[in-house]
Design a protein around this ligand. Sequence first.
Ligand code: ZN
Length: 213
Amino acid sequence: MINIIRKETAPDCLKKQTDYNCDDVLEKLKKDFFGKCYICETKLFSTNIEHFKAHKGDKKLKFEWTNLFLACSHCNSIKSTTEILNCTDPKHDVENWITYKPIQLSENKVEISTKRTDKLSINTVKVLNKVYNGHTKIKKRDGMTIKEHLVEEMLSFHHLMLEYNKAKHNEKKFKNREMFIEEELHKGSKLTAFKRQVIKDNSKYHQFKKYFD
Ligand SMILES: [Zn+2]
């Protein structure tokens, strides 16, 4: 999970308070959330318009633009009505409050943790662990799909970092690799939080933090 800056303004169709599921809402959400689910950070499953805070019939919450998020069907059903950190709230520093342990291929498990003790952080970590590892038969299968994708993404990211180190004496190649690293660390890339964690955990890569915007 990474912090998202909401740039788009509320679509007109929300003003009528009849349909929050209109094309404009989806299009604008896709722009702000880079087309990926804000929870698992992939595009592997169909995306839904999610009510961040359950509206429970409350019309204001149901049609409130800032309460609408882009989430996939897998994550949406796991999160359900659980209250978690709000990645669009700059006060919720989700990128530094949550830690992603590199996936252990032998264990095939993703471990996500937090040092914080507040309810929202703890709930977020619980939801994320369920998202990547599953907690029911069906969810485990979907979690496995994400994990396979995660392993591929991370192997390719580590390979890119190695290529960068090897290209130090070839300026053209060096710059080219740096450009790819910038793309991988951009919010629009898949599973960005996992890639940024690699940079944070290795002091020799801290120079790339400049691409975390
Ligand atoms: Zn998802």
